[in-house]
Every structure is written in C-alpha cells, then in structure tokens.
Design a protein around this ligand. Structure first.
Ligand code: BGC
Length: 745
C-alpha cells in the first residue's frame, strides 16, 4: 500500500512551494507487522493517555517550587501492565530541563527496555506560548498578541523556537495551536486564539503548524502540532467556558472549519476535540464531525485525541451515555483515537471489554492504533525517543529572547494617541500606577509555568516588569510606582493622586489577573470598578494619562477612555513584553500592530467586523470601541491607485494592487489589508471579509506597490442550500479607504 500524506506549503500570497511528508511503505509495513502481533491490551493501551500527576509521588499536591519524583511502581504498572502509550502534562508546575530529561528518560527506559513490544511513549504538553512548562524557557506573546502583528514570520519562528525548546526538554508533541476563533470576548480562552477572523486564523494556524513540525517532524528541533479544539469551542452561547454552542452548518463551514482545514493541509499530525457540545451533540460523541468531516472529507491521517476527562464526561456530565463504558464506546466509535483519561486507566479496561464483547470492532481499534503509531514514526520516536542533550545549549538563548521582544514590539497595538502625547520624551517625571505594572505574570497570562500562570515565584526574576523597564529607560529617579489598586479592589487611590501631582505624566497599567479555562469565567466584561475609579480620580489632576492594558480579552473601558490621552494595548505580550511596551512608549519602536478582533464598547449588542448588513443598518449595531484592523503608528500612510484586473468571471484569479506611501517623518511598518464584499447573495453576506494582508516597511516619503491575488475559492461561501459556491454579480474590493466595484459573470 502506498500512502502519501501531502503537505502544501503556501509561503506567501504569490509564491508557492510544495513539500510533503511521505509515509513510506517501510513505515506502513512496520506498522502493519506491529499491529499484527499486538495483543488487544497493547492496542487499547496505545490509545490511552494519562497525566504525569498519575505517576508522580507528589500527585496533585506538588509544592510548585519543589521538584517532582516519578513513582516508579505506579509508572511500571501503567506502562507495563496497562500498556499506556502516551503521557501528558507537567506534574502541576514547570520542571527544570534536567528534571525533564530525567523523567522522559525513565519513562522511555521502562517502555523500551521492559515492555514486550518496545513501543516508545509519546509525551505531550501545552507549549502554548513557548515551552512554558520548562523553567526559563523563552516565552512569546500569546496568540492573540501575535495575531495583532499580522506577521507570519513571527508566528512561524516563534513556533520553531517553541519546538526546539520542547525538544530540548525531550518532549515531541505540542497541544497547540488553538484554531477556534476569538469571536466571543467573554470566553476565558479568547487570548489563546488568533482572533476573530477565519482567514487570519487559517494563515497563522498554518504557519504555526509548519513552525512546530518543519518539513520533517522527526528532525532534531521539530515535533508534532495539535490543532485544537475541533470544533466550535470558542463561541459558546453564554460566553462561559465549556458551555454549549449552537452553530448552523453554514457558519461552521464558512467560518470555523477553514482554519482546521488549513491546519490539516499544513500536515498537522494530531487534533484535539472540543470539550463542549454543538447543537446538543457533545463533539466527543460526534461521528459526523470527527470521522466524516475531519477524517474522510479533510483527509486527516493523524490521530484525534480527546480533551481532559471528556470521554468520561459523556456519562458524568452530558448524559449522552448511561454508563462510563457506553461513553468509551460512543467516543471511540465517533472517531476518538486516544483518550486523555487522564488520571486512571479506566478507558483501557473498558475498551478492552467492549472489544471482547464485539461492541467495538477490532477494525476501529486497529485504525486508531495505526494512526497513533504513524505519528510516533513520523516524529521519529522509534529511532530516538530520548532527549537530545546537545539541544540544551540552544535552549533559552539570548537570541530567542530578543526575537520574543521583537514579536512583542510588533504585537502591541497603539489605540489612542491624543495630540501625539506618545512617544514620551526622556527626563519626564513619570508616575506609574495600577495593578499590572510590577509582576511578570500579568504580561504572560495562563499556560505560564503553571496552568493558571499565577505563580510569580516561578517566573525568571531577571526579566523586566513594566516598572523595571520604565526605570531602565527613564532612570530610577524619574519613575515612581504607586500601585493604587489591585485588579479588583482599592489599595490607596489618594496616594496615587498625590504622587500624580508631582509627575509630568501618568502611566496607568491596568488589566486582568492571569487565568486559563473555566477559572477565567467572568460575568461582566467591564474592567473592574476599582481600576476605573483609579483613572477617574487621576484624571482630575489634569495630568496626561497613558493607559497600558495587559489582559487576555477586551475588557470594556468606555467609561474611562475619554479620560486618558493614550491607550497602549499590550494584551499578553510575553516575557519580554514590558521592554517592548517601553520600546513603544519611548518611541524606540514605531508601533505597527492592528487589532485582530473588534474591541467592544458596550456590554451588549457586540458583533464582529464581518457582521451582516442588517447589523449595520440604522442603529442596530452598537458601534465598537475600536474596529478589527485598527491600530495607530507614529507615522502616517496614504493609499492610492487601487487597481483590480483579470476580474470578469467567477473563475478568474483576480489581481489587485495598491500604492502605499509613508507620508510622515518616521520609518514604519504598515499592515496592508485586502477586504471584499460580496454585495448580493442567495444568503445575506458579511459587509466585509479579510482576504489578504501584507506587512511592509516604508521609509519616510517612500511609496510601494503591494500586490494581492484573490482566488475563486476566496470568493466562495455556502449558499442557501449549503453548497459551496461562488455567485456571480457585484463584488467590492476594499483596501483602507479605497474601494473598487467589479462585476463577475
Ligand atoms: C484543555 C486543553 C489542554 C488539556 C491538557 C484541557 O483542560 O482544554 O486545551 O490541552 O487540558 O492540558
């Protein structure tokens, strides 16, 4: 049998390069021979994933600053008796690189030296913004920030460094990227997404997968990516984590599926499933989505892993299965290949029983095992499952930290700058105030050393907080810090006001505590009262205020936005994020980021930029604080000569060009975005859809022509009958303030 797993690399809009992983006959034959001699126990064990806490002496009670120890008896029981094939997680807190080497080596020793078939363990981790479960790893801006940079190279390279640093710890599998869309600002995982737009998420997801996997996932510095959470997790109806979504087929296919399709096209080796339900069907039980759409239609050849506990939850939470055993049957038959059980081996025990009873056919189990073994081969585990010690030298290099700083510089969005108050000159007396100014955790958010990212003692203390970065730039004597408030309570606002009276300018650093998943649920999107009050009182001093926001989602600031002179949106810029913020504030760097989401103004009535005409009609749409794509610079740009050619028929590949000039006096990077509007359709069409973006450098006075190509596929959508089609008629091609109308036959 000859099986080819094709990866198409689309490196830029214009150039195409092709590459492929070839699953050789040799691999497939080896997998066949292995499956032929595997016992049922060995097979269901391969499909079982447990968490490290299940096999450490410390279990779930680790002191986060203390090292963990494997409970070897328990480890042997799980790997040798129950044949467990995969382990995840960090044991409650990040480990040193040496500890990782010790743990991974012990696990592989047991799997390879003591087990019958010597199948290596595949170890997986949430390396969400760098190898964040290894102490001192390079931490990048979170995805929501990277998306603001609109710089594909930053996404690709940050993923490459992440892969290198995971591999330096001996870990080949990353549970990232999140390819759900950030269209629901309450959702506590908003910041794990690349923002609200389907095209943007598709492009960045593609780059991220290639960054992790490279051309050869078995290479020394590459591994396996996991596109997640398939599908629909990010738009729960009530905004809270792990709550139901109702998603019509058209929305699913036009908006939510494309990033996953692109991730599969990039060759993503694994997929993790949405913990929640769509249209009343828990996705872990959805044969249509997992098998028919993902595996058959998209041609996904890797394996599907459940999310944490979610097979069991079909019984314990969703009431889809009346027993835990039925839950296993439903999940496996729907298309789950590996269960993140994660604290016991019940899945393996129950699946074995189901197979023996003929309730789950061996063919389904063999298919799952084949997919898992295939990934183990492709990432090179059969050749070398041990940590590569030589990689330690490349771990957490100064060069990687500098790259993270550059990524943060390009990710921070300047949203307001009245009377060009920024950049701030040297020799000013600065009052720094607010809760997020002097801890590294506020720059990083969740998935940082611990799940919730909230253990400041684990952060590398030599990195700068905003307070320290400002002192470095403006001098210790010129920067006074008065906290004023915590994120949700008043400490002493009077003290901050008194200090403000002596200062030339106030920098208020507000935002959110770090959080991740369900603990990050909120019931009110408005920034907390205490923080709003701080700005209220400070504004009475008449001193200019620069507002800096470190937060994972767009907390409402409409009550204070008119009281501040500048707004610098840091979101979660990572470990070098404070230095990057000061690079922007001081003008060392010209801001170049644009919002990857619509920043809401009001608690209700919010919508995304690609809303329907009816939402912008008369006064229905509650106008946002800032639009998707908004972001200021210290220079100015002008656009002219938007030209559209080869645009006659719906089958044409349309050429678009525009001239962009830097009309200010500073060099800058401008993000040029191409939008379309399909004016008349059998179903109502969005008022605007992003179809291309490029980031260009422009010197003062310089003009460049930027070219785009629009393919027929980019004009297509699911029509009234839910059939993917392009409908002839009027289209608008829009770049910045320019619009060209075309008619396609
Ligand atoms: C999250 C996943 C994550 C998994 C393993 C789950 O709670 O939803 O995104 O990969 O835990 O840590």
């Amino acid at each position: 049998m000859k099986l080819r797993y094709t990866v198409i690399l689309l490196l830029s809009v214009c150039t195409q390069l092709y590459s492929q992983y070839i699953i050789s006959d040799e691999f497939e034959n080896k997998i066949d021979s292995l499956i032929a001699i595997m016992t049922l126990e060995e097979k269901v064990g391969q499909m079982t994933q447990v968490s490290l806490e299940a096999i450490t002496e410390e279990g779930r009670n680790r002191i986060v600053t203390e090292p963990i120890h494997l409970d070897l008896a328990k480890t042997r029981e799980l790997i040798l008796k129950y044949k467990v094939g995969s382990i995840l997680n960090t044991g409650e807190a990040a480990n040193s690189i040496d500890k990782w080497h010790e743990v991974i080596t012990q696990l592989q020793d047991i799997a390879l030296e003591e087990s019958r078939l010597k199948i290596p363990i595949i170890y997986g981790i949430d390396a969400i913004h760098g190898a964040n479960y290894t102490l001192n790893a390079t931490l990048f801006p979170q995805s929501i920030s990277l998306a603001a940079s609109r710089n594909k190279e930053l996404v690709r390279k940050s993923a490459e460094i992440t892969a290198l640093e995971m591999k330096a710890s001996g870990i080949p599998w990353n549970f990232n990227p999140v390819l759900g869309l950030g269209r629901e600002p309450y959702w506590p995982r908003f910041w794990e997404t690349f923002g609200e737009d389907s095209y943007l998420a598709s492009q960045f997801g593609y780059e991220y997968v290639l960054g992790i996997q490279g051309n050869d996932p078995s290479a020394r510095t590459s591994g396996a990516a996991c596109i997640k959470h398939y599908i629909g997790y990010s738009i729960p109806n009530n905004g809270q984590d792990r709550t139901p979504a109702w998603i019509p087929e058209r929305k699913l296919r036009d908006l939510l599926l494309p990033p996953f399709a692109k991730g599969v096209e990039a060759g993503a080796l694994t997929v993790m499933v949405n913990s929640s339900e769509i249209n009343g069907i828990p996705v872990h039980s959805d044969y249509n989505l997992l098998t028919k759409v993902l595996k058959d239609e998209l041609g996904f050849k890797g394996f599907v892993v459940s999310d944490w506990l979610d097979v069991k939850r079909l019984h314990t939470r969703d009431g889809i299965a009346s027993t835990p055993k039925e839950a296993v049957k439903i999940a496996v038959m729907a298309g789950i290949d590996m269960s993140m059980v994660p604290l016991d081996v019940s899945f393996a025990v129950l699946l074995k029983e189901l197979a023996e009873e003929g309730e789950v056919p061996i063919s389904r189990i063999d298919d799952a095992v084949r997919r898992i073994l295939r990934v183990k081969y492709i990432v090179g585990l059969f050749d070398n499952p041990y940590p590569d010690k030589s990689l330690i030298q490349e771990f957490s290099s100064e060069e990687s930290a500098q790259f993270s700083r550059k990524a943060a510089q390009e990710s921070i969005v300047l949203l307001k700058n009245e009377e060009s108050i920024l950049p701030l000159k040297n020799n000013l007396k600065i009052l720094l105030t607010g809760p997020t100014a002097n801890k590294l955790m506020y720059l990083n958010g969740g998935w940082s050393y611990v799940w919730q990212g909230n253990k400041e003692e684990l952060y590398p203390q030599e990195k700068n907080t905003l307070y320290e970065a400002l002192q470095l730039q403006y001098g210790n004597d010129n920067v006074e810090y008065v906290e004023g408030v915590t994120t949700n309570s008043i400490i002493d606002i009077d003290e901050a006001v008194k200090a403000a009276e002596k200062a030339d300018v106030i920098i208020a650093s507000l935002g959110e505590e770090p959080y991740c998943e369900t603990p990050g649920n909120i019931k009110d999107l408005t920034l907390d009262e205490a923080q709003l009050k701080l700005i209220d009182e400070l504004s009475k001093t008449g001193k200019p205020i620069v507002l800096v926001l470190y937060q994972g989602r767009p907390r409402l600031i409409s009550k204070i936005v008119d009281k501040v002179d500048a707004v610098v949106l840091g979101m979660l810029p990572g470990l070098e994020g404070a230095d990057a913020t000061v690079d922007i504030i001081s003008g060392k760097v010209n801001p170049s980021a644009k919002l990857p989401f619509t920043y809401p103004k009001y608690p209700a009535g919010n919508t995304t930029y690609d809303h329907k005409p009816i939402e912008a009609y008369e006064d229905v749409w509650s106008f946002p604080q800032w639009n998707f794509g908004y972001g200021l610079s210290y220079t100015s740009y002008s656009y002219e000569n938007l030209e559209v050619s080869n645009a006659d028929s719906i089958n044409d590949t349309i050429k678009v060009s525009v001239e962009v000039s830097n009309t200010g006096d500073r060099e800058g990077k401008e993000i040029v975005e191409l939008y379309i509007r399909d004016v008349y359709g059998s179903v109502s069409r969005p008022v605007k859809q992003l179809k291309g973006f490029q980031k260009i450098d422009l010197k003062p006075g310089e003009k460049k022509t930027v070219n785009f190509i629009l393919t027929p596929d980019q004009l297509s959508f699911h029509n009234r009958e839910n059939i993917k089609t392009i409908e002839p008629g009027e289209f608008w091609i829009m770049i910045e303030n320019l619009t060209q109308k075309i008619i396609l036959n």
